[in-house]
Design a binder for this molecule. Structure first.
Ligand SMILES: CC(C)(COP(=O)(O)OP(=O)(O)OC[C@H]1O[C@@H](n2cnc3c(N)ncnc32)[C@H](O)[C@@H]1OP(=O)(O)O)[C@@H](O)C(=O)NCCC(=O)NCCS
Length: 185
């Protein structure tokens, strides 16, 4: 289950109200490893600037251990099917931004394959979503809220399902720290 939906279900399971559960989900969604990625995709494209710089900039990011925004997925080990749809949409719109995105994607896929063998890192939904949302005239600081508005339908459906047959969600955790410590007063 994705992080924001799980967050909504955990909060709903405590008996908190729908507003609390949706607000919590939005908080999880805002993180750059989840729904906060698309505006950072644009920041990255801005920084790269031109297709000619794509390969070198991607190489530098990977060499410094930074995540290339818009690539990889917690579960998918193949191209995100939503990325394919949004790539088609972006290419239909055309323009310099799309050409830059294509160059960055080509460089990122090739270099991630070499740098992280066996990890299967592909383009995710956020990469071309960023390009399409920008073209639609939405300011980048509103990308995540725009996504969240549509996700709120799913979050609330999950909240309703959780509440209908509720039991407090309480994951277990294994303590792996040191044991047998002496406490001195
Ligand atoms: C989505 C994400 C958090 C999944 O993380 P994950 O499940 O830990 O990733 P994986 O298990 O597939 O791969 C982990 C390895 O690949 C690397 N990796 C994963 N995504 C990467 C990326 N986008 N750029 C560079 N390296 C990446 C990690 O650093 C890690 O390397 P290590 O084993 O040498 O430490 C991660 O791919 C990411 O941060 N992507 C960029 C942010 C993004 O686009 N988020 C939107 C997701 S829809």
């Amino acid at each position: 289950m994705n992080a924001s939906t799980f967050t909504a279900r955990v909060i709903a399971s405590t008996g908190a109200d729908v507003v609390a559960a949706v607000a919590g989900a939005a908080g999880a969604m805002s993180g750059p490893l989840h729904g906060g990625a698309p505006s950072l995709v644009l920041d990255m494209l801005d920084e790269i600037g031109t297709p000619a710089r794509a390969a070198a900039c991607v190489a530098e990011a990977i060499a410094h251990g930074r995540r290339v925004m818009g690539f990889g997925h917690r579960v998918y080990r193949a191209e995100d099917p939503r990325a394919r749809c949004l790539r088609d949409t972006a290419e239909g719109l055309g323009g310099e931004r799309v050409a830059l995105a294509r160059a960055v994607e080509t460089a990122a896929l090739a270099q991630l394959r070499v740098a992280k063998p066996g990890r299967a890192l592909y383009t995710n939904v956020e990469f071309y979503a960023a390009v399409v949302l920008e073209r639609a005239g939405i300011p980048r600081e509103l990308f995540t809220p725009t996504f969240s508005i549509s996700r709120a339908i799913g979050w609330t459906a999950h909240i309703v399902e959780q509440v209908r047959d509720n039991r407090l969600i309480r994951p277990s955790a294994d303590y792996i720290g040191p044991s047998d410590r002496t406490l001195t007063p």
